[in-house]
Design a protein around this ligand. Structure first.
Ligand code: HPA
Length: 253
């Protein structure tokens, strides 16, 4: 069974049917909301709205540990994370879909590991490839079946938020090799790795990052909504195709 974590613009998966809700409590507190379990693309799917169903939880206040722990507890094998981003690289303009392959983490002060405290052995997980190769391939082939152009790869730079970046910060991110900028990719991806959940992201670019392209002077937040709605709709088609072609539990990812 796969989970979809919906970000801005995807607080609800309206194509989910036979829906039931499951309230979860974890050793790390409560997730962003009740977990929704239902049928999507003919398969059992778990859905969670990252920012809460009323979109009230800011990126730095999301309980990423409770979210990932809950999905693991429910027996999920993989997580497809949908996230809106700003485009740093010129080709990643508003309305593009990207399946990133790398991450740079600029966040701070977030609870970013399950392995804390002094009463257990120190654990380091390999994170060389932060996204599941199999799940990335599933998303890319799904996009091809939908006829949706999607960029294969890109470095997701995760900033702390909730404010948007300065032009100089985006310049620095570009120099570091960042292609996309968002606020929620970390520690979500790392926590998924810590509990052995496959994890990949489908990013929806809604604006040029600060100081670039149409955001040269400022980011017009009012204008983001429309592109977000239309692009998220395209992303849902990709999700549908990915889930319907996903390998069953124990199969090759
Ligand atoms: N920066 C950070 N996060 C974002 C952006 C951005 O420009 N657009 C959408 N999410």
């Amino acid at each position: 069974m796969y989970a979809i974590i919906g970000g801005s613009g995807l607080a609800k998966l309206s194509a989910l049917s036979n829906v039931r809700r499951q309230v979860m409590r974890t050793p790390f507190g409560e997730p962003s909301g009740a977990i929704t379990i239902g049928t999507f693309a003919g398969r059992d799917v778990v859905f969670l709205a990252r920012h809460g169903y009323g979109h009230t939880i800011a990126p730095h206040e999301i309980n990423y540990r409770a979210n990932i722990w809950s999905l693991k507890e429910l027996g999920v094998q993989g997580v497809i994370a949908v996230a809106t981003v700003g485009g740093v690289r010129a080709e990643y303009g508003p309305g593009t879909l990207v399946v990133p392959d790398q991450i740079i983490d600029y966040t701070h002060s977030r609870k970013s590991t399950f392995f804390s405290g002094t009463d257990a052995a120190v654990v380091h997980v390999d994170f060389t490839q932060p996204y599941s190769v199999g799940l990335r391939a599933l998303l890319l082939s799904a996009a091809a079946r939908c006829g949706e152009p999607v960029f294969d790869g890109g470095v997701y730079a995760c900033t702390q938020g909730p404010r948007l970046e300065t032009a100089a910060e985006i310049e620095r991110i570009a120099r570091d090799g960042g292609d996309l900028v968002g606020m929620t990719g970390m520690p979500e991806a790392a926590l998924a790795r810590e509990v052995d959940l496959e994890y990949a992201a489908l990013c929806v670019t809604v604006n040029h990052a600060a100081g670039r392209g149409s955001s040269a002077q400022r980011i017009e937040l009012k204008e983001l909504d429309e592109v977000m709605q239309t692009t998220v709709k395209r992303a849902v088609c990709v999700l549908d195709s990915a889930v319907s072609h996903a390998p069953a539990a124990g199969g090759a990812p």
